[in-house]
Design a protein around this ligand. Structure first.
Ligand code: GLN
Length: 423
């Protein structure tokens, strides 16, 4: 992995684009910095390039503050105030949804300012709110992060656009605080210093359903992580969201300091840093690196997973000495709706079965719907008079007494099928 990441940095080509200069301090950043990091959801961090260089998180803070608002107030409360539709507009557009007057989503500045204002109690002062945000982002990173005052003051000196957006939000009643306070808090949120390694770890925490890979702490509930990743997928790249979805294909968020954070649910978090930006305010080399990694490593979320049939290891019908039929169905891997549906569909085909053996010895996991479907299948087979045998020494099916009628004693191994012949 480290060799691969180094090779990607060498191969990412000439840089193009410009530094963000509407924040004066960002215009003085070293434009040639380059880093890529990948964190697995069990906490292994691979890195290459300037992975320990600190820079301000900027818009990559938005998903985390949205997560905080969701964790504190619940989905409905937040949805009443901030939408989830891609805006197709630049990140700093002065716009609201026509009828609801909500900001379209929490990834553009209008929605991010509204999400920031939701943190804590409406009457909290700027410092209290910023401290809550700083603490949560530190929990995501697994280390104490801090606000870079120089960046914060530099952005505040030119924050006319964000002040305009905050005034618009206040005039429509989306925020109740003084617009100036919300911009001060939000700008500090954007000025929190991170490294590329931090961002990869923060992405891995989202990918792991909110569990921080190194500390093991459940930083936000699983449902919150899912909501945040969904909004990142559809809105994280602003007016380039469709392009990103089709070419790179994993949830991500960019920031004007040159970072991009990505997360592939259940697998990994990754981050890139290269300060020169394209016209959307996204790192030019960062996009190129993410595109290449997605292709090389099969990270596109719409890539069809393993076909369901590969989980049916063997499915045989046997005839017993008395002429009755037994079916032995052996499954493997992780069972989900698609694989279990195949089994259920064929169970009701053909001649009545006197014995059904379900062999789960090679199954590694069963998700909730697959578990319910299999339990219901076994229950109905028994109601139809079949003897049902379950080979599940590791209890992957978690069958409760209520879910199935008691299994006959003799059906605890395949030895009971002696004398049966293949049909
Ligand atoms: N602090 C920046 C702003 O509000 C963040 C923008 C960004 O990273 N896209 O303008």
């Amino acid at each position: 992995m480290p060799d691969y990441l180094t090779e990607i940095l060498h191969a990412c080509g000439d840089d193009a684009g410009a530094l963000a200069d509407y924040i004066p301090e960002l215009a003085s950043a070293d434009p040639d910095r380059l880093a890529v990091c990948l964190s697995t959801i069990d906490g292994t961090l691979y890195r290459a390039g300037d992975s320990d260089t600190e820079f301000s998180i900027q818009s990559i803070s938005k998903p985390f503050v949205y997560a905080l608002a969701l964790a504190e107030h619940g989905l409905d409360h937040v949805l009443d105030r901030i939408g989830v539709e891609p805006s197709g507009e630049a990140f700093n557009e002065l716009s609201l949804e026509r009828d609801s007057r909500r900001p379209r989503n929490p990834m553009i500045n209008a929605g991010a300012l509204a999400a920031h204002a939701l943190v804590g109690d409406p009457g909290d002062d700027v410092d209290t709110r910023v401290e809550r945000v700083r603490r949560l982002m530190s929990d995501f990173a697994g280390r104490e992060l801090h606000v870079d005052r120089t960046i914060y003051e530099s952005e505040m000196s030119q924050a006319y656009r964000n002040l305009a957006i905050a005034n618009m939000l206040r005039s429509y009643g989306v925020i109740s605080q003084h617009p100036r306070d919300v911009v001060h808090g939000y700008t500090q949120q954007c000025a929190i210093s991170v490294t590329t390694s931090d961002l990869a770890t923060m992405g891995a925490t989202l990918a792991a359903g909110g569990v921080q890979p190194t500390t093991g702490k459940q930083v936000v509930p699983e449902q919150v992580a899912r909501q945040v990743l969904s909004v990142m997928m559809s809105c994280g790249m602003y007016d380039a969201a469709g392009d990103w979805m089709t070419t790179v294909g994993f949830p991500a968020k960019s920031g004007v300091s040159g970072g991009i954070l990505g997360a592939l649910p259940g697998q990994l978090g990754m981050a890139v840093f290269s300060p020169r930006l394209d016209s959307h305010g996204t790192s030019t080399r960062g996009v190129r690196i993410c595109t290449r990694m997605s292709a090389d490593m099969g990270l596109h979320i719409m890539q069809a997973p393993e076909p369901a049939r590969s989980t049916v290891r063997r499915d045989r019908t046997l005839r017993g000495p008395d002429g009755s039929l037994a079916r032995v169905c052996s499954l493997q891997g992780s069972l989900q709706f698609g694989s279990v549906e195949r089994v259920l569909r064929t169970v009701t085909d053909g001649m009545p079965i006197a014995v059904f053996v379900l062999d789960l010895r090679r199954v590694s996991s069963v998700n909730d719907v697959a578990r319910r479907m299999l339990a219901e299948m076994l229950r109905r087979l028994q109601l139809d008079g079949a003897d049902v045998a379950l080979l599940d020494p590791d209890h992957v099916l978690h069958l409760s007494e209520q879910a199935v009628v008691r299994l006959p004693e003799r059906w605890t191994s395949l030895a009971a099928l002696e004398g049966y012949e293949r049909v």
